[in-house]
Design a protein around this ligand. Structure first.
Ligand code: ADP
Ligand code: MG
Length: 355
């Protein structure tokens, strides 16, 4: 019997940079997906969260447009990489909310990947597992995400953020000061436009980068920006500044300077709202209200256009900031069902065997 624990992730800073080879700095969450499984010929997997069971033959299957595609996609990605693991019987549980911007999809992918890696001795390291998880979303489920989510779920460490260069996949753990807490405030705003808006942002910046002959948004210079105009200049200008802010935020965190760290987050939020146009009134409100309620800083996280904000607070104020923020938000937006999560930064996916 194998017991897998795969965290979710919250990105502290570096938003929309991960599809242009830029920098990001996520943490993994103690909220997690669990998978208890045994090898078998076929795949039979039950999801507690969805109260559903899926079955398929790992040597022959078709996409069916349901949650099971995340599991089929794992087999698809492994096969494309030359691996042919057998099936399993397993049960998915845990306390990570689905579809709340904490990346339950990457968590599910990495739970299944890490289990198969261990149970079938595939000899694949955690970085490669992250790449395969991304392939599940890009090639099978049809979500054109960057690699940040899977990388964080695969490789984060407890009480640290991970500074990742998404072009080279070099990464660097950054300790989170013991007196800092991470809150995730979900606005309850459905992200209806997210897919089209996300794809539109991607094609704009990818086209601009390729015209400039730059592989990464980190290589963009002031002269490059001056050669662009209109929306391309604003989008790429944001990415160039955001990459720099990731490094600034990392330095502030490493120095234990939460005020400075919080200020960088608020600046990042204003920039993404104004120049990448990925915010919404509710998220702008949350960032202001969080600071008013006593947080060091806050910004939208997980792409934007609704969804969640990340808030940095002192440990001894975490409860009061959370309650203050909830009250302010409920007064202003009584029509939305918000949710607050207090996150303890956790380690990446683990697999244990049990007799
Ligand atoms: P997020 O990754 O932000 O949570 P997504 O829409 O990318 O949101 O992924 C959520 C989807 O992932 C769910 O709708 C479901 O299809 C799948 N999923 C994630 N965790 C589970 C689980 N424990 N059981 C079944 N499906 C899951
Ligand atoms: Mg997801």
């Amino acid at each position: 019997m194998y017991e897998v624990r795969a965290p979710g992730r919250v990105n502290l800073i570096g938003e929309h940079t991960d599809y242009t080879g830029g920098d990001v700095m996520p943490v993994a969450t103690d909220l997690h997906t669990s998978l208890v499984a045994d090898p078998a010929d076929a795949v039979e997997i039950r999801s507690d969260a969805l109260d559903a069971t899926g079955r398929f033959d790992p040597t022959e299957f078709d996409s069916d447009g349901t949650w099971l595609d995340y599991v089929k996609g794992v087999y698809h990605a492994l096969r494309a990489a030359g691996h042919n693991p057998g099936g399993f019987r397993g049960e998915l549980g845990g306390d990570l909310p689905l579809g709340s911007g904490l990346s339950s999809s990457a968590s599910l992918e990495l739970a299944v990947l890490a289990f198969l890696e261990e149970a079938y001795d595939l000899g694949v390291d955690r970085t490669e597992l992250a790449r395969l998880g991304r392939r599940v979303e890009n090639d099978y489920v049809g979500v054109s995400c960057g690699i940040m989510d899977q990388f964080a779920v695969a490789l984060c460490r407890a009480n640290t953020a991970l500074h990742i260069d998404t072009e080279t996949l070099d990464y660097d753990p950054v300790s989170i000061p013991a007196d800092a807490r991470v809150l995730v405030f979900h606005t309850g705003v459905e992200r209806e436009l997210v897919e089209s808006a996300y794809n539109e942002r991607r094609s704009t910046v990818e086209a601009a980068l390729s015209r400039l002959g730059r592989d990464s948004s980190k290589a963009v210079t002031e002269a490059d920006l001056a050669a662009l105009s209109g929306v391309e200049r604003r989008r790429l200008g944001y990415l160039r500044r955001e990459n720099r802010r990731v490094v600034e935020a990392k330095d502030a965190l490493a120095a234990g300077d939460l005020d400075r760290f919080g200020d960088v987050l608020v600046t990042a939020h204003r920039d993404i709202a104004g120049n990448y146009e990925a915010s919404c009134p509710e998220l702008d409100f949350v960032v202001r209200a969080a600071v008013d309620a006593g947080a060091h800083g806050a910004r939208l996280t997980g792409a934007g256009w609704g969804g969640a904000a990340v808030v940095i607070v002192d440990a001894d104020r975490a409860e009061s900031v959370a309650r203050g923020l909830e009250t302010r938000y409920a007064d202003r937006y009584p029509e939305h069902d918000s949710e607050t999560y207090l996150i303890a930064p956790a380690g990446g996916v683990t697999v244990r065997t049990r007799e």
